[in-house]
Write a protein that binds this ligand. Structure first.
Ligand SMILES: [Zn+2]
Length: 199
């Protein structure tokens, strides 16, 4: 796996913005305030980040989410935040012609292209982690030294924010029935977080 070039351990702000949006929609403003205050990020309650953020802030926010809501609920919220992040990417970042083209290509070609696109943008979501994508059926996306579950020990794979983002992208661009499962996770003591995509 290759470490992101020039990585400073920063992650796109959607990992914070979309989590706040999901929690706000489902539970209201008070739990959002409690979460951000407990995570040491109360300054974002007034103005959400607009630029890449320190990966430690994202890690703290997602760890605090687990502590406050329990694993199952935190997983569902993080996955929904990932889906919203994919929605943002489709709306603002992924060119429309590409969105038109990908679902019309033969799937093996479309999947290869999407994996390359995700790989090229790994610096925006993997922080100081090392990302790689391998074509196959299932396709595999891996993050080693994953900043989002660093220091975390869990009984279950814990990187639902990524799983939700990848799954929504594959559903929109490859196949509406695509599924993403995190099959190994550093929070379980595995060597890397690996997400399998089938469609
Ligand atoms: Zn993981």
């Amino acid at each position: 796996m290759q470490r992101a070039a020039g990585s400073l351990g920063r992650i796109g702000p959607n990992a914070i913005i979309q989590l706040a949006a999901v929690l706000g929609d489902r539970a209201g403003a008070a739990p959002v305030r409690r979460l951000f205050e407990a995570a040491g990020l109360p300054h974002y309650l007034d103005t959400m980040p607009q630029e890449m953020v320190d990966e430690q802030e994202v890690r703290a926010l997602h760890a605090t989410l687990r502590a406050q809501f329990g694993v199952a609920c935190a997983q569902a919220l993080a996955r929904a935040a990932g889906r919203r992040t994919a929605g943002y990417l489709l709306e603002h970042r992924i060119p429309r012609p590409l969105q038109w083209l990908l679902p019309r290509l033969p799937k093996p070609l479309a999947v290869r292209l999407l994996l390359r696109i995700i790989e090229r943008h790994a610096w925006t979501f993997a922080g100081s982690g090392a990302f790689c994508a391998v074509y196959g059926r299932p396709a595999r996306l891996g993050i080693a030294h994953n900043p989002l579950c660093r220091g975390l020990q869990s009984e279950l794979p814990s990187c639902d924010f990524y799983a939700g983002t990848f799954e929504a992208l594959f559903r929109a661009l490859i196949d509406p029935a695509a599924k993403v499962r995190e099959v190994t996770c550093e929070a379980l003591g595995d060597r890397a977080c690996v997400f399998e995509v089938d469609w």
